[in-house]
Design a protein. Structure first.
Length: 195
């Protein structure tokens, strides 16, 4: 059975309350997730921060979108319903790791997830959030970033660390999560489901 947890939702709308920033992620859990966290920590220690360190390990399923806090239950309900409809056709794994990509401007895991793309497309079609400020943009290129926007001289060390610390055959589960990024770039998870 799928379970969603909703934390800190205010039901009243305040006109002076600016729109909040939301996104839907698939996040790894388990041994692979621990390896990625270790990679983040070691790469930050040896090379300093890069753009990937501003985020939790994730695969973006939508782009950022903006809405009021009062709309959170609309998104939670729509994600839960889409997941329930998709559940009978759920493959194993829900996201397959195709390969490690080590380019001079991006290091990450390339993922395949037709089922998950269909689930998110169903969510986007069915969610009713009249206060949303912008369209839901669905992601076609599924990936998990290890490092990007780093100085070119760090490329070989970061690639070596990725090869040594991240085993793409390690056990991994995935969670579907609705996140808010606040004005201080902190991450608030409003709901999560085991995939």
């Amino acid at each position: 059975m799928y379970h969603a947890s909703i934390e800190g939702v205010r039901q009243e709308r305040h006109p002076d309350n600016p729109a909040r920033t939301f996104i839907v992620y698939a996040c790894p859990v388990g041994e692979l997730a621990a390896q990625i966290e270790r990679y983040y920590a070691v790469s930050r220690e040896l090379c300093g921060p890069n753009a990937a360190h501003d985020y939790i390990p994730h695969c973006s399923l939508t782009g950022f979108f903006h809405d009021d806090l009062v709309a959170i239950p609309d998104y939670v309900e729509a994600l839960d319903s889409a997941l329930q409809r998709a559940r009978p056709a759920r493959p194993n794994p829900v996201l397959g790791i195709e390969r490690v990509e080590l380019r001079e401007d991006f290091h990450g895991l390339l993922l395949g997830g037709t089922w998950l793309k269909a689930l998110i497309a169903d969510f986007a079609r069915t969610v009713r959030a009249p206060t949303r400020r912008d369209a839901l943009r669905l992601k076609d290129w599924l990936h998990l970033s290890l490092a990007y926007a780093f100085p070119s001289e760090q490329d070989s060390l970061l690639a070596k660390l990725a090869q040594e610390l991240v085993d793409i055959t390690a056990p991994v589960g995935w969670e579907l999560r609705l996140y808010e990024r606040d004005a201080q770039s902190a991450w608030i998870c409003h709901a999560r489901w085991q995939l």
